[in-house]
Design a protein around this ligand. Structure first.
Ligand SMILES: Cc1cc2nc3c(=O)[nH]c(=O)nc-3n(C[C@H](O)[C@H](O)[C@H](O)COP(=O)(O)OP(=O)(O)OC[C@H]3O[C@@H](n4cnc5c(N)ncnc54)[C@H](O)[C@@H]3O)c2cc1C
Length: 440
C-alpha cells in the first residue's frame, strides 16, 4: 500500500473511483453517474471479453437490468419461463412466479455480450471508463483512509495514480483492492468453485427452462455432488453447461472436470453435448459466498459484488447481487458526498454495510447454515426428495428460497411463508467497523 500525501498535477481525479467493470462495477458507475457524481471506472481488460459464468439470470436480475435502462427486447436476449429441476429420475418444472414486483421471466446472455452491454450503459449515463487500466494498490493518507489507487496503464504498463474521495472495489473474486486494505476473507464462510463449457446444441438452445441437476455424483468418491449441474439455453445455437460445488465436508475438493465428463457422457445423444460440438474449453472460477468479506465498508472503500463475497450461498448466483449492491453503494455514496468530509460523511458511508446486511443478512445467514449442514454434505438431493418433488407447494417454496425470489410483501402465501422463515433467523451481529444493522 502506498501512502499518498498530496496529488501532483496531471494525476487523474474523480469524486469516486470504481475498480473493475463487471456487473458490480458497471452498475455502481451507472447509478453514480445518474446521480450526477463524477465517476471513473477502471478496468484492466477490454470489451467484449469472456467471463466464466453460467450466464443465467432470474427475474430479480431482469428487474435490475430494467432499472439500469438496458433494452432487454433487443435481439440476443433469451427469455426463460422458469427452472426445471432433475433429481432421482424425476423432473419438476417451476415457472417464475407471477406475484410480487419481479418480472415473470428470466434471461440468459453470454457474459461476453452481457458485460459489454452493461459497461456501455454506464458510459452512456456519464461514467468515465478507462480500459487496460489495472489497479495495483490503494493510495492512502496518514490515517490509513483510501484516497485513490495506483495503476498500470496499457500494454507498456505505464504507472499512474488516480485520486478520489471514495473508492469502490468491484474487482471480482480476487478482491485485491480489499485485501490490500486489510479486508481478509472470513474462512468460516463457504467458497464454491464452478466450471462451465459452451456446446452447440440445436436440441437444447431454445429450451424455455433453466435446467438444474440435483443428483450428480462426484467422479472420485461416488458420493453426492455438494452442488448441482446446469444446462442453460442461450438461444443462439449454444448452451452453457456447467457444475458448481462446495468442497465436500468430509472428502474435500471435487474434481469438477472429471465429474462433468462423467455427467455429460450419460446425457441423451441427441442433445449433442459431445466433444466435437464443444464451443469453448472447460473453464472454472471461485464463487465467494455468503458475505465472506466484511465489513463491506471501511476507511473510504466499499466492497461490491464478488469482492465482498456476495454470491448467494443458496444458489451460486452472483450477478444480481452484484448489480443490486452496486445500486445501494451508489445511492449511499451520492448522499454521503452531499455532506462535508469528516465524521458526518463517514457515518453516511457506513450505511452501505448496514443496508446490504439489512437486505440480505438473515437470508445469507440461513443460506450459510444450509450450505454447511446440507449442501456441503449431501448436495441438493435431500431438498429435492420424492415428497418435495411431488408437492407443487413445497417445490415452489424451495425455488423461491433458492433464488431469493421474494423480499417484498406480495400477498402471495408462499412469499409470506418464505419471508416469515427468513425473518425468524436472528439478524447478523454488528461487525467491527460498521454501525450495525438497521431493522426492517
Ligand atoms: C462457472 C460460474 C458460473 C456462474 N454462473 C452464474 C449464473 O448463471 N448466474 C449468476 O447470477 N451468477 C453466476 N456466477 C457468479 C457470477 O459470475 C459472479 O458473481 C459475478 O460475475 C460477479 O460480478 P462482479 O462484477 O462482482 O465480478 P466480475 O464479474 O468478476 O468482474 C470483475 C471485473 O473487475 C476487473 N478487474 C479485476 N481486477 C482488476 C484490477 N486490479 N484493476 C481493474 N480491473 C480489475 C475484471 O477484469 C472484471 O472485469 C457464476 C460464476 C462461475 C464461476
Amino acid at each position: 500500500m502506498e501512502t499518498d500525501e498530496g496529488a501532483s498535477a496531471g494525476d487523474h481525479q474523480a469524486q469516486v473511483i470504481v475498480v473493475g467493470a463487471g456487473p458490480a462495477g458497471s452498475a455502481t458507475a451507472l447509478h453514480l453517474a445518474r446521480a450526477g457524481v463524477d465517476v471513473l471506472l477502471l478496468e484492466k481488460g477490454t470489451f467484449p471479453r469472456d467471463k466464466v459464468c453460467g450466464d443465467g439470470l432470474t427475474p430479480r436480475g431482469v428487474q435490475q437490468l430494467v432499472r439500469m435502462g438496458v433494452d432487454i427486447d433487443a435481439p440476443g436476449w433469451m427469455r426463460t419461463k422458469g427452472m426445471r429441476w432433475v433429481c432421482g429420475g424425476r423432473q419438476v418444472h417451476i415457472d417464475w412466479p407471477r406475484s410480487g414486483s419481479h418480472p415473470d421471466f428470466g434471461l440468459t446472455r453470454s457474459r461476453r455480450d452481457f458485460d459489454d452491454i452493461l459497461v456501455r450503459q454506464a458510459v452512456a449515463a456519464g461514467a468515465r471508463l478507462l480500459l487496460e487500466t489495472k489497479a495495483t494498490g490503494p493510495l492512502t493518507d496518514r490515517a490509513g483512509r483510501i484516497t485513490g489507487v495506483s495503476a498500470v496503464v496499457g500494454a507498456d504498463q505505464q504507472p499512474r495514480n488516480y485520486h478520489a474521495s471514495v473508492v469502490i472495489a468491484a474487482d471480482g473474486a480476487s478482491a485485491r483492492t480489499a485485501l490490500a486494505m486489510g479486508l481478509e476473507r472470513d474462512p468460516s464462510r463457504p467458497v464454491a468453485t464452478a466450471a462451465r463449457r459452451y456446446y452447440r446444441s440445436e436440441a437444447r438452445t431454445h429450451d424455455p427452462y433453466l435446467e438444474l441437476w440435483a443428483d450428480l455424483l462426484c467422479s472420485r468418491t461416488g458420493r453426492d455432488l455438494p452442488g448441482y449441474g446446469w444446462i442453460f439455453p442461450l438461444g443462439d445455437g449454444r448452451v452453457n453447461v456447467g457444475l458448481g460445488a462446495l468442497p465436500h465436508r468430509r472428502h474435500g475438493a471435487v474434481d469438477l472436470r472429471a465429474t462433468m465428463e462423467q455427467w455429460v457422457t450419460r446425457l441423451p445423444p441427441h442433445w449433442e453435448l459431445r466433444e466435437e460440438n464443444a464451443d469453448s474449453p472447460l473453464r472454472s472460477a471461485a464463487l465467494p459466498m455468503g458475505f465472506n468479506r466484511r465489513p463491506q465498508y471501511r476507511r473510504g472503500l466499499l466492497l461490491v459484488g464478488d469482492s465482498g463475497g456476495m454470491v448467494s450461498p443458496w444458489s451460486g448466483e452472483g450477478i444480481v447481487q452484484a448489480m443490486e449492491a452496486g445500486e445501494i453503494a451508489a445511492e449511499t455514496v451520492a448522499l454521503a458526498l452531499q455532506r462535508p468530509g469528516g465524521a458526518g460523511r463517514e457515518q453516511a458511508l457506513h450505511q452501505y454495510a448496514s443496508e446490504v446486511n439489512c437486505r440480505w443478512g438473515r437470508y445469507y445467514r440461513l443460506g450459510n447454515t444450509v450450505a454447511e449442514l446440507v449442501f456441503a454434505r449431501y448436495g441438493y438431493r435431500p431438498l429435492l426428495n420424492r415428497r418435495v418433488m411431488a408437492s407443487p407447494t413445497l417445490v415452489h417454496t424451495l425455488a423461491r428460497l433458492l433464488t431469493h425470489g421474494t423480499d417484498a410483501p406480495s400477498g402471495d402465501l408462499i412469499d409470506t411463508v418464505v419471508r416469515g422463515l427468513v425473518r425468524m433467523v436472528p439478524a447478523p451481529r454488528r461487525h467491527a467497523g460498521g454501525l450495525g444493522v438497521r431493522r426492517r
